[in-house]
Design a protein around this ligand. Sequence first.
Ligand code: NOJ
Ligand code: NOJ
Length: 543
Amino acid sequence: MRIGPHLLSALVVISVGSVVTCDQLKQGHQPAAGGLPLVSNEKFHFQVFSSRSLKDFESWIQSYPDFSLDNILANIGPNGRNVANQGVGAGVVVASPSRDLPDYFYQWVRDGAITVHALVEEYARTGNSTIRDVINLYVNDVKNIQWTENPSGDFRSGGLGEPKFEVDGRAFQDGWGRPQRDGPALRSIALISYYNALRKRGEGNRNTYQFLYSIIKPDLEYVSHNWAAPGFDLWEEVKGLHFFTAMTQYKSLNLGEQIAWDAKDPGAAKWYRIQAAGLGRFLQTFWDDDRGHLIETLATTRSGLDSALLLGAIHGGSDSVFPVHSDAVIGTLHALVSDMTFRYPINRIYLKRHGNHDGPASIGVGRYPEDVYDGGDGRGGEGNPWFLCTATVAHVLYALVENISLSDRPLQITNTTASFYFQFLDSVNTLESASFYDFFFAQGFMSITEPIVVLAFPPGAKEIELILAGLLSYADGFLQVVRNHADGQGHMSEQFDAKTGFMRGARDLTWSYESMLGAVKMRKRAYDALEIRRQFYGNVKTV
Ligand code: NOJ
Ligand code: NOJ
């Protein structure tokens, strides 16, 4: 059956009783209040290098993992080139070498754990002993700061929730948004991964494993006893219950159960399992049916949209609770990116350049719509796009490509993802392979727990090929944005200016490099998966 666009619009029903046209679906979400209007005269001086060709993009991307690793190691004590001879302890991951406006010359538990997790993956893959030695130094540093009494408490009374320490391991005594309960979760994820990697490689002995478990277990205890208690979010601003935090806690307790069995600690294993089950149910409450996307903080007065939702899906969760390719996460990504597109003036350049090419324009992405942190003294200003948030959008999109490519089930487009996927079906006038589902049942439901499938494509459909190609170039576009605002060599700070595009905020932010490393590795997995799909279905001709 050939179905023309007019018929399609008539068939797609996504909300109670109202028929939505294909065009309406494509427009996606409106920008949230405060979004900037599109104006065409750009008077400001801005940084976007149009001379950089796509060909150099590919070679830039290929060399970027090594570049990221080098810049990560440069920020780790005692000998990293950016931090050597400055009193930085062994294995301490410094957030950024910047000591003034802003002063990021500290070790944050979150930044350190996320970064070391990336090093663990590198070690697991290559067995590189230099990297293993750095991880071992980090392990000792973790033990040290776990036992350092600090304003959140001591080892037994809540001190594990302290978010940051001095670079020499002393407690940070000034006022701060504390506690932050994602720290122990992320730290245990990193260290459990290390434990597993050592085992797989046949390195280490019983003492090594026991020692590691003695550091991992206190963090798991902290997580399992405190996950229902409010704390500060990963951006260190809001006290409450947060998606990012809960996702990382959920993952840590699931991994924790396994490691506890392995360490012959069955009582702990069962306890972590029970707590993980509770957290898994709790996580469902972050889906907001009215808004149609996940929210970062429960009972928030903000829009709830936040890059932390995507970061939570990458660094936390599981295959069954909000996996990175799930409809909830993809629908949320779409709402967030739609907001950010019109929020930052610099993105007009990307919209303009994209013109009427197929598919959506890739743009610079910030933390959350209401952000006012300009990367300087923390006294407010205007929020900017961040390197790590922009790279994270690419990461999620590559994960989606991998998932769709390897799936042997139909691609179902639901009410939650319709406006996202329709962006990639722009140029299709006829949807030959689609099945249309549940036209009548659709009415009356608008819920993630009971999604409405509006379209479905069988696994080998040429429309899927088209969507995959569109997703890949969309994802690559976000990495091109990162590249445009990094310096000539690829160095990244924390943010880039919403108006001029020049770098802002802490220079050489360790987390920026970690996020690009993660995105580029996921890109490779996406391309490999697509290759497998093409071998299976043949080179499907796209429309
Ligand atoms: C500010 C960010 O909001 C926070 O997430 C991060 O841990 C610190 N900077 C250090 O990079
Ligand atoms: C530094 C924090 O880490 C950042 O997340 C926050 O936005 C600023 N201070 C302003 O409070």
